[in-house]
Design a protein around this ligand. Structure first.
Ligand code: ZN
Length: 166
């Protein structure tokens, strides 16, 4: 995906903002269910996303960013999970962790693709840097998934991936 710097930065800003908001929601949800361990995982992920978001905004500086459509960066649930059911479903920390992991992986793959395909050296450099941060997030969530009991209701095929971002 050959993105110019402003398009790339617009995606990165939107992805980090979205991640920070979703993690905050997940943290509150886990806390409401007295799952303090997983709530604190999501609180630290919120903090990392906010820090990264701030760093990217500094890099943006005075560059004018294009508007994106929300489907280009919003976090997604697996197709089987929808509406009210989706909410109950996320109460299980295993499912919430898998949901976060699938979306982190989607961001990681986006950055990797850009790092491979962009014709702009600065975009490739930033994309590589962001990909390695996302890889750390995926690895951190993997550890938690491994320590979390698998509930009786999981995603049908327990998917690890979502369709690509763009
Ligand atoms: Zn991340």
């Amino acid at each position: 995906m050959d993105l110019a710097l402003p398009e790339f930065l617009a995606h990165a800003v939107a992805l980090e903002q979205e991640a920070a908001e979703r993690y905050l929601e997940l943290a509150d949800m886990m806390e409401a269910h007295r799952n303090d361990a997983v709530a604190s995982v999501f609180r630290s992920m919120t903090r990392f996303s906010q820090l990264h978001w701030d760093a990217i905004k500094l890099r943006v500086g005075s560059i004018t960013l294009p508007q994106l459509r929300s489907w280009e960066y919003r976090w997604r649930s697996p197709p089987e999970v929808g509406g009210e059911e989706g909410f109950d479903y996320m109460m299980e920390s295993y499912n919430a962790l898998k949901y976060a992991r699938a979306n982190e992986l989607r961001a990681l793959e986006f950055y990797r693709t850009v790092a491979d395909k962009s014709s702009d050296a600065e975009v490739r450099r930033l994309a590589r840097e962001f990909a390695s941060e996302e890889a750390e997030h995926v690895a951190a969530l993997d550890k938690w998934v491994a320590m979390t009991p698998r509930p009786s209701t999981t995603w049908q095929d327990d998917p690890d991936t979502l369709p690509p971002l763009v």
